[in-house]
Design a protein around this ligand. Structure first.
Ligand code: PLP
Length: 435
């Protein structure tokens, strides 16, 4: 535990976020280091099946021992050290809010931006810290200079908040939306590239890509679509709500112009934290959504003029980044994919089970969506909770109807065995009579 003096020294001076290990009890930190040293020596990929290591990671969470949460795609829990940091920052803020928030904790803003930029793979001048993907992408969608007749290409499987923002611009400004449709799952980059290509015309200004679809976990070849869009003279927006801190990549790998994500999903940062990215030379093209002194400035800071928000939550993002590095970007991606494959491969042996997600590495990671013949998604969801206390969610959107399962790094194989057991028991039952 830090003394108040140490806390303030660190807040005022270092403020790049505390090292996570320092936030742990010494014994726990030593055990963590030992585990890390051990998994670092394993062959690439082998760490994803090292249950000792993942049990250790599981112990860092405070998840319910009785309810199995398989809807981490909605929002994810924070590991204990992130919760502790958040609570401690919060308590300091409450001692003298304007002093601790604006004079002490706020000194951590630039170091935090640098840490986020390093994790994301971009410059500190290109990142604005905000509350979530919706805020980031709505800022971009409403801030772009588009006029009547300009066209935007997007897909029927984008996230509703973004589709609605575009529809509002269509209604208000007379822009035209060209919708791409797919038959999911897609297991070919060429199919995606062709579909986007067919929707782009010489009036298209923007191509909107959801990197990983929330409905089924489908991963899109964002870079290939971005290259195509750039070649045709369009700018590219990426919704990375589900890919950031889930798949191991850097922003430079995507080469998009605009991007936003939520940090309360895969990074396990406090609820209501996110960031947006805009390529340096494009910042001046996007108007601030909320009042800023110079709304068309070429400074990313204009997007942080969002009024009073939780500094405690923001500062604890630094601790979530530390945790991400301890788990390891690639180790995490491999583990998440392994967990999805683990339960899906078992469930595929169950008669009447239908998987709506590809098992090919390039097209999915942790998220999968399934159905059981004769059963509505809601009926399966209810039964899984009644019988096994498994919490998940359902999807009924366009051509996708199914139950979505999203494990996270703390999910055990035993939890997933229970899921498969539940699916098998439901599939063997008589489906409820349909009206
Ligand atoms: C693809 C996608 N984009 C955006 C969002 C919105 O995230 P938030 O509610 O954190 O803004 C979600 C949420 O699930 C999502 O799945």
């Amino acid at each position: 535990m830090f003394t108040r003096k140490e806390f303030l020294q660190r807040s005022a001076l270092a403020t790049a976020g505390f090292s996570l290990l320092e936030f742990m009890q010494p014994l726990e930190a030593a055990a963590f280091k030992e585990q890390l040293n051990r998994v670092s020596l394993l062959e690439p990929g082998a760490a994803s099946e090292d249950e000792d290591f993942w049990n250790f990671i599981r112990e860092q969470y405070t998840v319910s021992p009785n309810i199995i949460n398989l809807n981490n795609g909605g929002v994810s829990p924070q590991p204990k050290p992130v919760q502790d940091a958040h609570i401690r920052f919060y308590q300091y803020c409450n001692e003298a809010p304007s002093y601790y928030m604006w004079r002490i904790l706020d000194q951590g803003r630039e170091p935090l931006r640098a840490k986020l930029a390093e994790l994301a793979g971009c410059s500190v001048e290109e990142i604005a810290i905000n509350r979530n993907t919706t805020e980031g992408l709505n800022t971009i969608i409403f801030g772009l200079n588009l006029k009547a007749g300009d066209e935007v290409v997007l897909s029927k499987y984008d996230y509703p908040n973004m589709m609605n923002a575009w529809k509002q611009r269509e209604k208000r400004d007379g822009i035209k939306l060209n919708w791409v449709d797919f038959d999911l799952p897609v297991e070919s980059d060429d199919v995606f590239v062709r579909k986007f290509s067919e929707a782009i015309t010489d009036k298209t200004k923007i191509v909107h890509i959801t990197h990983m679809l929330n409905w089924t976990g489908q991963l899109l070849p964002a870079r290939k679509i971005a290259d195509l869009a750039h070649k045709r003279g369009c700018e590219v927006i990426v919704d990375a709500s589900h890919s950031f801190a889930h798949i191991d990549y850097k922003l430079s790998d995507l080469d998009c112009d605009y991007y936003a994500t939520s940090l309360h999903k895969w990074l396990c940062a406090p609820f209501g934290t996110g960031f947006m990215y805009i390529k340096k030379e494009k910042i001046k093209n996007v108007w601030a959504l909320l009042s800023a002194p110079v709304p068309d400035a070429d400074n990313i800071g204009k997007f942080e003029s969002i009024g009073t928000r939780s500094f405690a939550a923001e500062m604890a993002i630094g601790n979530a980044i530390d945790f991400q590095y301890l788990v390891g970007n690639k180790r995490k991606e491999d583990r998440l994919r392994f967990l999805k494959n683990y339960w899906c491969n078992k469930a595929l042996k169950i008669p009447k089970f239908k998987l709506n997600t590809s098992l090919k590495d390039n097209y999915s990671c942790a998220i999968a969506n399934f159905g059981i013949e004769g059963w509505k998604p809601e009926e399966v969801d209810t039964k899984l909770f009644e019988m096994k206390k498994i919490h998940c969610t359902t999807v009924n959107h366009e051509k996708i109807h199914g139950v979505r399962i999203t494990p996270h790094v703390y999910t055990s194989l035993r939890d997933l065995d229970r899921l498969v057991e539940g699916i098998a028991e439901i599939a063997a039952m008589e489906p409820p009579a349909k009206k």
